[in-house]
Ligand binder design. Structure first.
Ligand code: NAD
Ligand code: DAU
Length: 353
């Protein structure tokens, strides 16, 4: 039997490229990567697998329904993993337009094209087909000092980004309920790891620290995020698309709650060891507290017991092991970093005038 074909959208991004690398390295399937290559998409992240006979790249905007339809019918996928999105909260504050377009209209287009394609399948092909929407814990809003997000937590998105992801989740749910699209949704906490665009907290801090620039911490640095290593997330996504049940939602998280200040201090401490400054100096001296993000969610924390119990997934990395790998990767991949930072100077984003 031929290998199955999986379409990954957003496969040139941070998480998508990890998913594509893992799928190709498994040798079990062919992958078609559909990506528009926005500022966040980078084909250099796929250099290790780009020559594989099992891999094909298509530069397509998911808002272009005709091109999307043509590619889906040409590839004849057994499954679709949908990661393409505008993903940065601060950019959504500055300009929500692309977030509404890509995250809502783009997801709608992909659902409609997938429905057309799925309706023509029969037998084993129809039974196997899955549509997996990769989403975020930010749809649940913000937690107080206690409690965890479960799959039953009501949606209360607070940023244009999270509102657009909440909308796309609801579309996916409706396509499952109304049209019987075999769709699944996963909502994951903050990812970190190699190949992350240096607008997000962890790569931004590494970049600013090494450049000798001020390291910006929003507000008092007390906001809490629940960090998950990207390799663990990509494994969870593979598990969900293979063994998850259509119509189900799976929360994915790393049980690694930390304040932003703790995260930044950990990175600075590791850099002090790996790239020491002059005597007595620490990268922590570069920390600067800056104006808070508008609508800044206070705390995210995931209850991942459903995926752990039903699909036997659990994270392999602790924050300490994952952040060490991440920092070492950035230190030895400065060429990748320079190629992406050419498109972004590192200036503060998401402050209202
Ligand atoms: P990213 O910004 O690094 O990558 C997004 C990718 O999507 C890029 O390659 C970009 O070129 C592509 N893209 C954007 N608009 C497109 C369009 N109109 N058509 C086709 N391709 C387009 O994002 P990421 O951090 O890898 O996130 C991937 C997915 O996972 C997103 O859906 C995001 O909401 C979700 N997610 C991210 C995190 C996180 O911590 N980064 C956590 C949970 C969920
Ligand atoms: O929770 C999952 C979400 O995590 C994903 O859906 C998003 O795609 C992803 O971007 C991420 O959103 P956050 O807003 O939590 O990530 P970000 O890296 O932008 O910020 C993490 C925290 O650090 C947040 O509390 C804001 C703060 N921060 C961020 C930057 C960029 C700073 O204090 N200083 C900074 O310079």
């Amino acid at each position: 039997m031929d290998k199955e074909t999986i379409i990954v959208t957003g496969g040139a991004g941070f998480i998508g490229s990890e998913v594509v690398r893992q799928l190709i390295q498994s040798g079990e399937c062919s992958v078609v990567n559909i990506d528009k290559l926005t500022y966040a998409g980078n084909l250099k992240s796929l250099a290790s697998i780009e020559d594989s006979d099992d891999y094909r790249f298509c530069q397509i905007d998911i808002c272009d329904k005709d091109q999307l339809r043509e590619e889906v019918f040409r590839s004849r996928p057994t499954r679709i993993m949908h990661l393409a999105a505008e993903s940065h909260v601060d950019r959504s504050i500055d300009g929500p337009d692309d977030f509404i377009r890509t995250n809502i209209i783009g997801t709608y287009n992909l659902l409609e094209v997938s429905r057309e394609y799925f309706s023509g399948l029969s037998g084993e092909e129809a039974e196997l087909f899955r549509f997996h929407h990769v989403s975020t814990d930010e749809v649940y809003g913000s937690l107080g000092e206690t409690g965890l997000f479960t799959e039953e937590t009501p949606y209360r998105p607070n940023s244009p980004y999270s509102a657009s992801k909440a909308s796309s989740d609801q579309l996916v749910r409706a396509w499952y309920k109304t049209y019987g699209m075999p769709a699944l949704i996963s909502n994951c906490s903050n990812n970190y790891g190699p190949y992350q665009y240096p607008e997000k907290l962890i790569p931004l801090v590494i970049h600013k620290a090494l450049a000798g620039d001020p390291i910006p911490i929003y507000g008092r640095g007390e906001n809490i995020r629940d960090w998950l290593y990207v390799g663990d997330h990509a494994r969870a996504l593979q598990t969900i698309i293979k063994n998850g049940e259509p119509g189900q939602v799976y929360n994915v998280g790393g049980k690694n709650e930390m304040t932003n200040l703790q995260v930044v201090a950990t990175i600075c401490g590791m850099l002090d060891d790996l790239r020491p400054l002059h005597d007595g100096e620490s990268y922590e001296d570069q920390i600067e507290f800056v104006t808070d993000r508008p609508g800044h969610d206070m705390r995210y924390a995931i209850d991942a017991s459903k995926i752990e119990r039903t699909l036997k997934w659990s994270p392999a990395e602790t924050f300490e092991s994952g952040i060490k790998k991440t920092i070492e990767w950035y230190l030895s991949n400065q060429i990748w970093c320079e190629s992406v930072t050419q498109k972004y100077s590192g200036k503060r984003l998401g402050v209202l005038a």
